[in-house]
Design a protein around this ligand. Structure first.
Ligand SMILES: CC(=O)N[C@H]1[C@@H](OP(=O)(O)OP(=O)(O)OC[C@H]2O[C@@H](n3ccc(=O)[nH]c3=O)[C@H](O)[C@@H]2O)O[C@H](CO)[C@@H](O)[C@@H]1O
Ligand SMILES: C=C(OP(=O)(O)O)C(=O)O
Length: 428
């Protein structure tokens, strides 16, 4: 087991290239199940979530060929094999096997998903959608059993705006008989990316990226070639890092429109950001001013950048109030930041950050993916060395984070944990 060490204080400069979007990749891969000939996806990020989903596609009989960032999935010999346990528990997006297998085989057995622990993460809206399409859904000992005689299009109003439910219902509906309308759909760019792939496969989808998505079911979908969008959350994380500890940094392979809410907040803090079609040039201000943030569904401030942004606020002058309206309990990073001398209190469901604080290196634990990113940012700003355990969370979503940071001049490296440290980590 490894830990990540960050020696703070070095200013970052240069260019960092953003990888393909995790939250697209994890839906595009299961979407390939719906085709009857090979689907090729280019630009995949090299992260553990992608590795696990590729393995799951092989487990159900897919022929998966990887060549660097390109993957070719031949789904012709796939079967609806039950996946009640094992790898499905290691990530959130295994739930997309429900929609995709239901769409292709009219049946699926998939274990309840894992993913970051951010408080309750129900999937009732996914199930409501599958049932509306005609599936019978039961939960037996932690696995979801789905079965339909035939899927039929339906009008589905989501009670909660959900990325996962929107995509899952799209996956199940593209081969259903007749028309499906998803109302109060999520509008995240990853939903458009998945709809683009499905459309290239022959699906008929209108309105992806708005809150009403209309799908006309088709009998058959075929293979195609698709290039994934850049990861707006990874891009946002490096942009926050640039504001926190950069001298001058270029973030390459970005769609700036995907990050408008973050860029607006950074500019409010005094950060200079220039943008062109696919790059951001970030020059931090001399003294950052605190701001308040509240996470919302897209195009609001993304919950996945709340934790990294909280670290940045420790450097700003004044008081910043952080509210997460998507995951009210997404505050596990706060205790760890406090260990590093941050002045943050959680009150009435909000984190109140008083700054500026001089952070100090400490032994801390990444409890989830973006908490990990928050700690890396804090470590880069801190005096001394920060030791971060729980790196497997970080590796779910950040490709080659150490290499990318070293290229920017940061002092970061992995070390093996001692037996005693492993024991302490496992008991904590
Ligand atoms: C793999 C993936 O894409 N993960 C992202 C996805 O997660 P995920 O798709 O799981 O998140 P959702 O958009 O579904 O969740 C949004 C909110 O709706 C609630 N909810 C969701 C579904 C449901 O059936 N019932 C329900 O109540 C959730 O508890 C949460 O409060 O969107 C989240 C919100 O942008 C991001 O943090 C995750 O990075
Ligand atoms: C919460 C996240 O991921 P997941 O939904 O895959 O757990 C995230 O990417 O920040």
């Amino acid at each position: 087991m490894r830990k990540l060490l960050v020696e703070g204080g070095t200013r970052l400069r240069g260019q960092v290239r953003v990888s393909g979007a995790k939250n697209s990749a994890v839906a595009l891969l299961p979407a390939a199940i719906l085709a009857d000939s090979p689907v090729t996806i280019e630009g995949l990020p090299n992260i553990s979530d992608v590795g696990i989903l590729s393995d799951l596609l092989s487990e159900i009989g897919g022929k998966v060929e990887k060549d660097g960032r390109t993957i070719k999935i031949d789904p012709s010999h796939m079967i609806s094999m039950p996946l009640p346990n094992g790898k499905v528990k290691k990530l959130r997006a295994s739930y997309y096997f429900m929609g995709a297998m239901l769409g292709r085989f009219n049946k699926a057995v998939i274990g309840l998903p894992g993913g970051c622990h951010l408080g309750p993460r129900p999937i009732d809206q996914h199930i409501k959608g599958f049932e509306a399409l005609g599936a019978e859904v039961t939960n037996e000992q932690g696995a979801i059993y789905l079965r339909a005689e035939e899927l039929r299009g339906a009008r589905i109003y989501l009670d909660v705006v959900s990325v996962g439910a929107t995509i899952n219902i799209m996956l199940a509906a593209v081969r259903a008989k007749g028309k499906t309308v998803i109302e109060n759909a999520a509008k995240e760019p990853e939903i458009i990316d998945v709809a683009t792939l499905l459309t290239s496969m022959g699906a008929k989808i209108k309105g992806a990226g708005t809150d009403v998505i209309r799908i006309e079911g088709v009998d058959q979908l075929s293979g195609c070639l698709h290039t994934i969008i850049p990861d707006r959350i990874e891009a946002g994380t490096y942009t926050i890092m640039a504001a926190a500890q950069g001298e001058e940094m270029i973030i390459d392979n970005v769609i700036p429109q995907h990050l408008e809410s973050l860029l607006a907040k950074l500019r409010e803090m005094g950060v200079t950001i220039e943008e062109n079609d696919e790059q951001l040039y970030v020059k931090p201000g001399n003294a950052l001013r605190s701001v308040d943030i509240k996470t919302l569904v897209y195009p609001g401030f993304p919950t996945d950048l709340q934790q990294p942004f909280t670290s940045l606020l420790t450097k700003a002058e004044g008081t910043g109030v952080v509210t997460d309206s998507i995951y009210q309990a997404r505050f596990k990073h706060i205790d760890e930041l406090r260990r590093m001398n941050a002045s943050i209190k959680v009150e009435g469901g909000a984190a109140i950050v008083s700054g500026p604080s001089t952070l100090e290196g400490a032994k801390v634990k990444a409890t989830d993916l973006r908490a990990g990113a928050a700690l890396v940012i804090a470590g880069l700003m801190a005096k001394g060395v920060t030791e971060i355990t729980g790196v497997e969370h970080i590796e779910r979503g950040y490709e080659n984070i150490t290499n990318k940071l070293v290229e920017l001049g940061a002092k970061v490296w992995y070390e093996e944990m001692s037996e005693e440290e492993v024991e302490q980590f496992q008991n904590s």
